[in-house]
Design a protein around this ligand. Structure first.
Ligand SMILES: C[S@@+](CC[C@H](N)C(=O)[O-])C[C@H]1O[C@@H](n2cnc3c(N)ncnc32)[C@H](O)[C@@H]1O
Length: 303
């Protein structure tokens, strides 16, 4: 068994976000992701089908094998931890971490229904990792790193807990212009907010969207054979109404903005989003949008 040798209390050191702000930031992340957990369970089939390619890539690029020990950071409702557990089989062990307990409850239900007794989900802020050095053969993380206030510290922690020769792979959203899946509505929502434009270096969806950025961070954290792959999938919706439901219910960063709007502004914003979606509408009324990410992987160098 992988042992929790350190206590499970998060200790985060950052030099750019004061502790008081950091605590608030982490609490908000937890609350925001917990608030969408039920929707993620409802939309699970859509999510599974649309994003399966990322599970397959992350499990492959991090070298998950039968009998392997795998750590997944920011597992949410179980992606890609559950896929990793299917590959390791019962002789392996998978640990999934996330700050949002309600997301993990969904992941646990899914793992139980699949009979995966060798996977555990733990509530934990991945700012520090409560494991001994070299506890895992592979570490994965799907669409979590860009939300961390101090990803460099987490990458050093990942490097510490992987055995020499083990693999790490993560997906992060690519550049905004390659993600109309989000930007079609983000552009509209800007009009309804008097907040200043987000700092591109602050934690957020596109924080690591520039090619080479995360790859350089991996190299600085002791990874070799670093590889970056751009992967685009299509997000397909039966109608613009279905796209808006998905956005309002599942996309935590957007839900926060939408929840602040008055009923009148929300109705106006929805009309404008529908208008913006027209150029992505097929003759059948379906909406097809690109969602592009960077999959970055590397091998932990030998000491
Ligand atoms: C976009 S979701 C991705 C979930 C899952 N990996 C997937 O691809 O479906 C981001 C996840 O990161 C988690 N998260 C954000 N900040 C975190 C932190 N500091 N520590 C642990 N998990 C965090 C959120 O709670 C959320 O479940």
């Amino acid at each position: 068994m992988v042992s929790f040798a350190r206590n499970n209390v998060t200790q985060i050191k950052v030099d750019h976000m004061p502790n008081s702000e950091l605590e608030t930031y982490i609490q908000n992340q937890r609350r925001n992701w917990n608030s969408v957990a039920a929707a993620w369970e409802r939309w699970d089939q859509w999510l599974h089908k649309t994003m399966l390619v990322y599970d397959e890539l992350l499990v492959d690029r991090s070298g998950v094998k039968k009998g392997g020990r795998v750590l997944d950071l920011g597992s949410g409702t179980g992606y890609p931890a559950i896929r990793a557990a299917q590959v390791t089989g019962p002789d392996g062990e998978v640990v999934g971490l996330d700050i949002a307990e309600k997301m993990l409850d969904v992941a646990r239900r899914k793992a139980d229904s699949l009979g995966l007794g060798h996977i555990t989900f733990q509530r934990c802020d991945v700012g520090s990792l409560p494991f001994d050095d070299a506890s895992f053969d592979s570490v994965t993380s799907r669409f979590c790193l860009m939300f961390l206030p101090d990803p460099a510290t987490t990458l050093r922690e990942i490097s510490r807990v992987i055995s020499p020769g083990g693999g790490f792979a993560s997906s992060v959203w690519g550049a905004p212009e390659k993600n109309p899946s989000f930007t079609a509505s983000a552009g509209v929502l800007k009009e309804f907010s008097d907040a200043p434009p987000p700092d591109p270096k602050a934690p957020g969806m596109f924080r690591m969207g520039q090619p080479g950025e995360l790859a350089a961070m991996l190299e600085q954290s002791g990874f070799t054979n670093v590889r970056e792959e751009e992967v685009t999938v299509q997000w397909c919706f039966a109608s613009s109404d279905e796209y808006i439901s998905n956005l309002k219910e599942m996309a935590a960063p957007f839900k926060v903005m939408l929840d602040k709007l008055s009923a009148e502004d929300l109705a106006r914003a929805e009309e404008k989003i529908k208008h913006a979606l027209r150029r992505f509408e097929g003759d059948d009324g379906r909406i097809n949008l690109d969602a592009t990410s960077l999959v970055v992987s590397g091998v932990k160098g030998h000491a």
